[in-house]
Design a protein around this ligand. Structure first.
Ligand code: PLP
Length: 442
């Protein structure tokens, strides 16, 4: 495979420059050596500077939906590029942001009619938190200032998102600079108790519906989200669904909350929204929330929040093309088949391994929990503290087999693009099995 765009800098020099200048996220830079440098991609495969191919088993950090360089998505970007790359939504509008907003409302749970754009999952969450807080002020319930969230919640890395976050390893050092939130385990009993105790103080309950991704693919009991919706209604609390990870077909339905027939008051979207092409996010609100912000300017009900690249036309154009592909290629129907195939493959090849304690699957989101010994019970909620290097070792081994993954501590994550083929799925699971056996023993 040759490339028609030769790199301007030699790979060896690139590695040196990376070491010298790039501070990588979530990375202990003292241990950072010999980076694998991606040069290009095709379909569901990434290709490095040496021409090696890797199956993209985590959808380029949970973003990619239809594969890399999909002709329709590339085309949508090129067409928009010939018009304008960026203007602003502050006091102006642009064509793709309007069209995408209308399309998002069409596919979202009923009642979510207003789209507020931003640039990342974290900002989509910040927007939702601030909207919920301001909503209650403008409704005259100024005592509703507290947020309810789940233990081990992950909602992003900005200060508000970290405040509702609950992952000790990432968040504890920042505690003194955060606003407090109440954290509960994902059980019906804890949910009932929290509303009984804190109901009148709560502004909102923020939750990743069905499955907590970054916490290690932790599944909630069936009915949890539906009960949360009922309790929020009964207590006048807003429900915020963070579908940054679960959105856009990942769990088998367009949005995870649809599996419990729940429509939140605020819905946070990012990652898959642009098909994995460009940074883009949206916070969807219902009329109840939106109407509370209306009034003459002097009423100071304006939502004073906005990011410079909000509603970027290139990102919105590719987002719109991605949503159209869901229909054109019947993506949800095809994904249902892949989900069932993946379940069978995991049952046959992964679950029986002696160092696999638990296999958790929600659609095309999978967490394989590695354990020293299956006989020894292990705490279910500490993927980052238990044998935290084994997941990384398995993923390094997988590169030799042409598969790219990134673990969550001791949890090996499989999160392939929805475009993965049946053959690629077999390759993904069989390679993962081989690496677990090679690293942990049979
Ligand atoms: C990734 C993620 C975020 C943060 O998104 P960024 O784009 O990285 O800021 C928020 N919530 C959930 C559930 C996520 O998985």
């Amino acid at each position: 495979m040759t490339t028609d765009h030769p790199m301007s800098v030699h790979p060896g020099l690139l590695a040196e420059l990376d070491q010298a200048h790039v501070w990588h996220p979530f990375t202990q830079m003292q241990e950072w050596t010999a980076p694998l440098i991606i040069d290009r991609a095709e379909g569901n495969e990434l290709i490095d500077t040496a021409g090696q191919r890797y199956l993209d088993g985590i959808s380029s950090l949970w973003t990619n939906v239809h594969g890399h360089r999909h002709p329709k998505l590339d085309e949508a970007l090129r067409v928009q590029l010939d018009k304008v790359a960026h203007t602003t939504l502050l006091g102006l509008s642009n064509v793709p942001s309007i069209e995408l907003a209308a399309k998002l409302v069409e596919v979202a749970p009923a009642g979510l009619t207003r789209v507020f754009y931003s640039d990342s999952g974290s900002t989509a969450v910040e927007v939702a938190l601030k909207m919920a807080f301001q909503f209650h002020r403008q409704k005259g319930s100024e005592t509703r200032t507290r947020f309810l969230a789940l233990i081990d919640a992950y909602h992003g890395d900005t200060v508000g998102a970290v405040s509702v976050g609950g992952m000790e390893l990432f968040h504890s050092i920042f505690r003194p600079m955060l606003f407090g939130a109440t954290h509960i385990p994902p059980t019906l009993e804890a949910l009932e108790a929290a509303f009984a105790q804190h109901g009148p103080e709560l502004a909102a309950f923020i939750v990743e519906p069905l499955v907590q991704g970054a916490a290690g693919m932790l599944l909630q009991p069936p009915g949890f989200l539906a009960r949360a919706r009922q309790l929020c209604d009964a207590h006048g609390v807003l429900l915020i669904c963070d579908e940054v990870a679960t959105g856009f077909g990942r769990t088998g339905t367009m949005f995870a909350c649809q599996q419990e027939q729940v429509a939140p008051d605020l819905l946070c979207l990012a990652k898959g929204i642009s098909g994995g092409y460009l940074p883009l996010a949206a916070t969807l609100a219902n009329e109840r929330v939106y109407q509370a912000f209306l009034g003459p300017f002097a009423s100071k009900r304006t939502f004073f929040h906005g990011h410079t690249y909000t509603g970027n036309p290139l990102a919105c154009a590719v987002g719109l093309a991605s949503l159209r592909l869901f229909e054109e290629e019947q993506v949800l129907e095809r994904t249902a088949t892949r989900i069932a195939e993946l379940r069978r493959l995991l049952d046959a090849h992964i679950a029986p391994l002696s160092h696999v304690g638990d296999v958790r699957q929600c659609g095309l989101m999978v967490g394989i929990e590695l354990v020293r010994d299956r006989g020894i019970p292990h705490p279910p909620l500490v993927p980052y503290l238990y044998e935290e290097t084994m997941g990384a070792k398995v993923c390094v081994d997988l590169r030799r087999r042409g598969v790219m993954l990134r673990p969550l501590g001791s949890v090996v994550v499989l999160m392939p693009p929805l475009s993965i083929t049946a053959d690629e799925l077999v390759r993904l699971v069989e390679s993962t099995r081989a690496s677990i056996v090679a690293v942990c023993g049979a």
